[in-house]
Design a protein. Structure first.
Length: 376
């Protein structure tokens, strides 16, 4: 009998049984009170995870749909300052190029953002700022609060990608001055892929672009959500909404603070293992930047091949991620998002430790033991 692989990726992640079973029921009318109640449950819990009291909508589309909705609705023909220190910051920049006059403020992947350059661009008239809060391509957490402060000081709108932090790490969109925050269903929420969630501030509503995209028109989502029952403007992916509701209820039952603490502890365990092996964490952090609480990026030692290591780990029934683009073959990434706890972390680290040794790396210490001490 073929066993399911354990996905220890920065998304998609393993889904709890309740979430999976929610998708197996008969179809329901998406213009019914029943669906409206499902949607309302999702919004109630998600507002807590986002740290917002703002309007919040669920779009049938991946996290990238949420990114494009944000930029297209407030950035059209505007000066957009795009902070980039990884693949997804780069994606926001590419989206921004299609709608406004985008300015890339780039740092090497996994290194601190150039906040001085951001302030200079804002002084030159940038009207919108984009940021990826948790850049999983490099395993670095960026200083959203500081970026929000700079944006607000210059009366610019702040778009924040929280796709791999919301529901797994502390996010306080309102307190940080985030005007549009975005997340995706298959990351920290541990729901199936295919939904994007977007919150919108009053400031953003006041500055909506004219002639927005048809399907990603946030004003249309606001109008439909205000109805009774609560609805989406276009046909939603109903089974995914049902699954998302269960995932949100699980967050509520665990408690957001406990969930955040669990994610942080799991990431600290992976970091401890890497350091015990004698390997370097990839990101170069400073006082304002930190290691991601939902994925750990580790540099490969010289001579160890990524394809061999990850293929061996997969034979053990576990999937971890490699590097993307120019980091391919240079780093590996272990995710700890969603419903992950100590057994999954220790199993992943044990398989990784065996693989590293098997393919030529002389371990400096026992990473599994080091992680166990963090988790114990």
């Amino acid at each position: 009998m073929e066993k399911e692989l354990l996905l220890m990726l920065p998304g998609p992640v393993p889904m709890p049984e309740r979430v999976r079973y929610a998708m197996m029921r008969q179809a329901i009318n998406h213009r019914s009170a029943e669906f409206g109640a499902v949607y309302a449950d999702c919004v109630r819990v998600l507002r807590t995870a986002f740290g917002t009291t703002n309007d919040l909508f669920v779009i049938s589309g991946s996290g990238t749909a949420g990114m494009e909705a944000a930029v297209a609705n407030v950035g059209k023909e505007k000066e957009i300052a795009c902070l980039v220190n990884g693949k997804f910051g780069e994606r926001l920049y590419k989206i921004s190029q299609r709608y406004g006059k985008a300015h890339e403020i780039a740092s090497e992947w996994g290194t601190p953002l150039n906040l001085a350059a951001l302030e200079e661009r804002l002084e030159q008239g940038a009207e919108v700022v984009t940021l990826v809060h948790n850049e999983t391509s490099a395993g670095i957490r960026n200083p959203a609060q500081e970026v929000g402060r700079l944006a607000r000081n210059h009366d610019a709108l702040f778009i924040m990608d929280g796709i791999t932090s919301i529901g797994g790490d502390l996010v306080e969109a309102d307190a940080w001055g985030v005007d549009i925050a975005i997340t995706g269903s298959q990351k920290c929420l541990a729901a199936p892929a295919g939904l994007a969630m977007v919150s919108v501030s009053n400031r953003a509503w006041e500055r909506l672009t004219k002639n927005p995209p048809y399907y990603l028109d946030l004003a249309a989502y606001k109008k439909s959500a205000a109805g009774k029952p609560m609805e989406t403007p276009y046909t939603p992916a109903v089974p995914l909404f049902l699954a998302l509701r269960e995932a949100c209820l699980l967050i509520e039952e665990e408690g957001l603070a406990a969930r955040i603490a669990r994610h942080r502890k799991m990431s600290q365990a992976v970091q401890a293992a890497a350091k015990a092996w004698g390997l370097s964490l990839f990101p170069k952090i400073d006082a304002k930047h930190g290691y991601s609480a939902t994925v750990t990026a580790v540099e490969y030692p010289t001579g160890v091949k990524d394809d061999e290591v990850r293929a061996f780990i997969k034979k053990m029934g576990i999937v971890i991620a490699g590097g993307q683009d120019h980091l391919k073959g240079k780093i590996f990434r272990i995710g700890n998002m969603g419903a992950v706890s100590a057994p999954e972390i220790l199993a992943t680290l044990a398989a990784t430790q065996v693989a590293l040794k098997k393919y030529g790396y002389k371990l400096q210490g026992d990473g599994v033991q080091a992680a166990g001490e963090v988790l114990g």
